[in-house]
Design a protein around this ligand. Structure first.
Ligand code: 13P
Length: 259
């Protein structure tokens, strides 16, 4: 049975080089190793999403720590073959990673990834026993036009809701309003809670109340050490997907403390 978890995840995006990546992963793990009080591994998890190149090393660093995992920022939808420059889900799995982001807004906007493609990527991740962290979220004009619920609904319906219930239970959803990503403008705790409750409601309609209650939904977008506690204290916000603030061990640790 897959239960709802509380997760703080760090999306490092295209930052750092091997030395600084290694140092950050070690620093996060060593700090957390002294913090049994945080309850990692007991329904709480930390997941690091470094660039692909550093993933095997970050996996090795995290391996001995309970409740700390590593994942990829993306995966290709095909199993293998002539796709120069791409990385398959089986490759990610083979280095010991456990998760993959799917459909981050930067993938959607800069690399043209649409819902149909993201459904295939989700399938590839699930077939390789990776936990997909499926990202959704509206653009600023969509919120201003009061279309944000419809946009998120269609991303979930097309990208995820084709999954059978047994598979869907493995999915984590990250709500990341695009206007809040890297802008310093955070969704208010009320805006985050409202959307998370909406998402849980959709999952209840599509699957069941029990599936919805056990779904983990993360918030992302300018989440930092100062605002994490208020965001995470909402009943439907189960943690965060952190960009900029995950690149500094001290800030990231403070966010984990807010979980
Ligand atoms: P920031 O925390 O830098 O706004 O990025 C959020 C994000 O995109 C995480 O995936």
């Amino acid at each position: 049975m897959i239960m709802r978890k509380r997760i703080v995840a760090g999306n490092w995006k295209m930052n750092m080089e091997i030395g600084s990546a290694r140092e950050l992963a070690r620093s996060v793990c060593n700090d957390l190793a002294t913090r049994a009080d945080l309850g990692l591994g007991k329904g709480k998890e930390v997941v690091l999403f470094p660039p692909y190149l550093f993933l095997p090393e970050v996996v090795e660093i995290c391996r001995e720590f309970v409740g700390i995992h590593a994942g990829a920022q993306n995966c290709h939808q095909e199993g293998k073959g002539a796709y120069t420059g791409e990385i398959a889900a089986s490759m990610i799995k083979s280095v010991g990673a456990t998760h993959t982001l799917i459909g981050h807004s930067e993938r959607r906007s800069y690399f043209g990834e649409d819902d149909e493609l993201l459904a295939k990527k989700t399938k590839a991740a699930m077939e390789n026993d990776l936990t997909p962290v499926f990202c959704c979220g509206e653009l600023l004009p969509e919120r201003e036009a009061n279309n944000h619920f419809e946009v998120v609904k269609s991303q979930l319906v097309n990208g995820l809701f084709w999954l059978e219930e047994v598979a869907f239970r493995h999915v984590v959803i990250a709500y990341e309003p695009v206007w809040a990503i890297g802008t310093g403008v955070t969704a208010s705790p009320e805006q985050a809670q409202e959307m998370h409750a909406f998402i849980r409601g959709l999952v209840k309609e599509q699957y069941s109340e029990e599936v919805a209650e056990n779904l983990t939904i993360l918030y992302g977008g300018s989440c930092n050490a100062k605002n994490a506690k208020e965001l995470f204290s909402n009943p439907d916000v189960d943690g965060g997907l952190i960009g900029g603030a995950s690149l500094k061990a001290h800030d990231f640790l403070q966010i984990i403390e807010a979980l």
